[in-house]
Ligand binder design. Structure first.
Ligand code: NDP
Ligand code: HSE
Length: 428
């Protein structure tokens, strides 16, 4: 049987998942591809770390050049994470004529233009299914299955760590730190979880989704993002009492020649399908002009689910090589002339920490009213403390108007101690 050699950069959560899948499903994979896929080299940082997988002598290495320059390796699978040195290694591999599979959203979102241009010049393929939605075939669905559609909207939960934390906080009353530790132990979080928690990981994924869905080259830094770091027990209790669930949503929606795109924690009504997406599960709602509404659901993080996406990409390339075919799939499928407008309008939940004295609410509502921010409901959650939380829910308002109003509120330093949390509210 013919042999195809792969080289793997990184043997952490996802790399180990890939190895497990190749071990467990070896016969099935051989039958499907008609070749024997062998792992020739595996790059790690720390050679003395105990590993679950057994490798023959000389397979594990801490020298990237042993992997990147091995003439017998056809496919490089990058599972290290981060932008550097992953980018330099992947670029070198492409220049050496190797196909690339990666689950690294930071890398793809930041450098896709150069990567795909170089890949095209060198006649090699890049696959990145694991970079968005873990085990859910999001990229393939949009770029191939829905290729005959114009995509108008994508909204989803695309970070497993934060969804896991929010689920544990609301279902078990667990604290933020404890829930984060559990998500890390389960291998969902990034090496530095800041990127999960502050929404940046979602913004990388959303940049990739926007590129493949709307044919728009958007840089991650141009996507406004907000994570879950400001979500406290107050938000969880308010949501539970009011028939809502707090979720971190990624949204990209066409409005004529504009693209509204942002990442924001959001209150969604309990009857909404995304409210039922719990733990590390992800879900992506897609609206296409032919298919209508579609929802993809599955495990968005973790060793085997993400390994499944990575293995699928490797098999895809193996099949292409065997047939000498090329799909030429690119993040930017067809350029569209869209103006990016970030976050446009919405209904908002705002928690202010204020001093509990007469006239405070009046002063606040005056500022909101002056800025055209109409209040749908207001509630004060505690009595008798120095600073108390006051929660406003607004009617629909332009985000820039809201921000201006909140800026003025922050200036009322004697009465408004903090603008503690802002959530979008869907279905209000
Ligand atoms: P881990 O931190 O678990 O593993 C990273 C691996 O890369 C380790 O084996 C590490 O070596 C190796 N590594 C890191 N830096 C270097 C370096 N400079 N030189 C050599 N080896 C290095 O990461 P994950 O497996 O969780 O994530 C990998 C990628 O997959 C990331 O891009 C992540 O965003 C993405 N991803 C992760 C998912 C998940 O559920 N975890 C889901 C979807 C995508 P050593 O073992 O010696 O420390
Ligand atoms: N840290 C990421 C998450 C991994 O929690 O969703 C999957 O991309």
């Amino acid at each position: 049987m013919a042999v195809i050699n792969i080289g793997i950069l990184g043997l952490g959560t996802v790399g180990s998942g890939v190895m497990n899948i190749f071990q467990e499903n070896r016969e099935r994979i051989r039958e499907y591809t008609g070749v024997d896929i062998q792992t020739k080299k595996v790059l790690v940082r720390n050679m003395s770390k105990p590993r679950d997988t057994f490798f023959e002598n000389g397979t594990l290495t801490a020298d990237p050049q042993e992997v990147l320059n091995d003439p017998e390796i056809d496919i490089i699978v990058e599972l290290m994470g981060g932008i550097e040195p992953a980018f330099s290694y992947v670029l070198q591999a492409i220049e050496n004529g190797k196909h690339i599979v990666t689950a690294n959203k930071a890398l793809i979102a930041t450098h896709y233009e150069e990567l795909f241009k170089t890949a095209s010049q060198n006649g090699v393929e890049i696959r990145f299914e694991g970079s968005v939605g873990g085990g859910i075939p999001v990229i393939d669905t949009i770029t191939a299955r829905l290729a005959g559609n114009r995509i108008d909207e994508i909204v989803g939960i695309i970070n497993g760590t934060t969804n896991y934390i929010l689920t544990r906080m609301s279902k078990d009353g667990m604290g933020f730190e404890e829930a984060l530790k559990l998500a890390q132990d389960k291998g969902f979080a990034e090496a530095d979880p800041t990127s999960d928690l502050n929404g940046q990981d979602v913004s990388f994924k959303l940049a990739i989704l926007a590129a493949i869905s709307f044919g728009i080259g958007i840089e991650q830094k141009d996507i406004p993002y907000e994570g879950i770091t400001k979500i406290a027990e107050d938000e969880i209790s308010y949501a539970m009492e009011s028939g809502y669930t707090v979720k971190l949503l990624a949204t990209a929606r066409k409005r004529e020649d504009k693209l509204e795109i942002y990442v924001h924690p959001t209150l969604i009504p309990n009857h909404h399908p995304l409210a039922a997406v719990s733990n590390e599960f992800n879900a992506l709602f897609i609206r296409g002009n032919a298919v209508g509404e579609l929802m993809l659901y599955g495990k968005g993080a973790g060793s085997l689910p993400t390994g499944s996406a990575v293995v699928g990409d490797i098999l895809d390339i193996v099949k292409l090589k065997r047939k000498s075919a090329k799909t030429g799939s690119r993040p930017i499928a067809n350029k569209e002339d869209l103006r990016i407008i970030g976050e446009d309008t919405g209904s908002y939940y705002i928690r202010l920490q204020v001093i509990d004295e007469p006239g405070v609410l009046g002063a606040i509502t005056t500022v909101l009213g002056k800025n055209g921010i109409s209040i749908a409901s207001v509630s004060q959650q505690a009595l008798g403390q120095k600073d108390v939380p006051v929660i406003f829910v607004t009617h629909k308002v332009k985000r820039e108007k809201l921000d201006k109003g909140l800026e003025e509120l922050r200036e009322l330093k004697d009465i408004v101690k903090e603008v503690a949390c802002i959530l979008r509210v869907e279905g209000y």
